[in-house]
Design a protein around this ligand. Structure first.
Ligand code: CP3
Length: 342
């Protein structure tokens, strides 16, 4: 059976678009919270193939999305480079921050043994997904992952990493290079294990001025795409440069090996239809809070996106991850709105 999501990436358009949601496996689902409660450590949860596969499948069973996304986290990569990573409940990630050359020298090349359970998760999910459901792997983009590695946690606008990149250019260049190599190895392994495509999350690309965006976001993205495609020429890659804005989004869309560009909440879909959809399919970009609100506000927001992007290839998604307080009934309302167009 053909997969609408993959056909969209290949350039087909549908009256009722393919739909999935960033962070679709997560805390807004009671069945996720129940399984999550069986394992205190979030990283151990990510490294348990049986549990990670189960939560990957939960939103597919409940909502029949057109794509499943591997349940894991972008911060398994620093873990596999030898940096200490943990997640404090309610506080987010904590890493031993990288402050100088010695800290950087302690990192190793990516230890794929550590990520074996993630590949096993992929194999398990693959065996259970409906034939029409596409399967996405992912990694964080080097800038976004590095910003957590430098600060040791999430911060306002990733200021520690932005400053570090100005003050220690050579060291930062080295770190980004290491993350490019790690990302290529990791994404190729995911594709070989059975995902149909991968998404590269650059959640913090919107914090950089143009020259820094070119250096720390665009160039590494091109290198990853080229590196993956050198080994897997047919690889499908979605780039999500959150906050990148106008001209930067166009640059990303023009990268030959990128199949689709993810749009964050702030991107005007009318602009995207005019400036991006002629270059590549796009994916997005409902405000996660319109989904919390539901009702007429949700209907209006969905209508604007579908009105603008309809007629050319696009995948319906949120502009960022679904938030834990989202009512399930509103996800059901969203699916009705998107699917009634068909
Ligand atoms: O359903 C899916 O989308 C797949 C799983 C997934 C998770 N994280 C699970 C998760 C994916 C694709 C991610 C990506 C991710 N992780 C990003 C990029 C996307 C984005 O949201 O911008 C980033 C920046 C991270 C790092 C991260 N992981 C943070 C900052 C946090 C804490 C904040 C939060 O949302 O809780 C996490 C934890 C995390 N990753 C949770 C989940 C379901 C919540 C932890 C829990 O359930 O206990």
């Amino acid at each position: 059976m053909s997969k609408k999501f993959l056909q969209t990436l290949d350039g087909q358009s549908f009256a009722s678009p393919a739909i999935w949601m960033m962070r679709q496996a997560g805390r807004y689902l009671p069945e996720y919270r129940a399984l999550r409660a069986t394992e205190p450590s979030f990283l151990e949860f990510c490294y348990c193939p049986q549990k990670a596969a189960e939560v990957t499948l939960q939103p597919i069973r409940r909502f029949d999305f057109d794509a499943a996304i591997l349940f894991s986290d972008i911060l398994v990569v620093p873990d596999a480079l030898g940096q200490k990573v943990s997640f404090e409940s309610g506080e987010g990630p904590r890493l031993d921050p990288i402050a100088n050359a010695q800290d950087l020298a302690r990192l190793t090349e990516i230890d794929m043994n550590k990520l074996g359970p993630v590949l096993e998760t992929i194999e398990r999910v693959k065996g259970e997904l409906p034939a029409e459901t596409a399967f996405l792997g992912f990694c964080g983009a080097p800038w976004t992952v590095a910003s957590y590695m430098i600060a040791g946690k999430g911060t306002k606008d990733q200021e520690p990493a932005r400053l570090f990149a100005y003050q220690h250019r050579d060291l930062f260049e080295k770190l980004i290079g290491q993350l490019v190599r790690a990302s290529v190895t990791y994404l190729v392994a995911q594709l070989k294990a059975g995902v149909d495509g991968v998404q590269i999350f650059d959640s913090w690309s919107g914090t950089l001025p143009p020259a820094e965006f070119e250096r720390w976001c665009l160039r590494p993205l091109r290198e990853i795409v080229d590196g993956v495609r050198a080994q897997m020429p047919e690889a499908r890659i979605i780039a999500f440069p959150r906050g990148a804005g106008g001209s930067h989004l166009i640059e990303v869309a023009k990268i030959p090996g990128v199949q689709a560009v993810g749009l964050d909440t702030a991107v005007d879909p009318v602009w995207a239809a005019r400036e991006l959809q002629g270059i590549k399919p796009v994916q997005g970009n409902l405000d996660p809070l319109a989904l919390v609100a539901g009702g007429a506000a949700l209907e209006e927001a969905v209508g604007r996106i579908m009105g603008a992007l309809g007629g050319k290839p696009y995948v319906f998604n949120l502009g960022h991850g679904i938030v834990p307080q989202t009512p399930i009934a509103h996800v059901e309302q969203l699916l009705k709105l998107v699917r009634k167009a068909g």
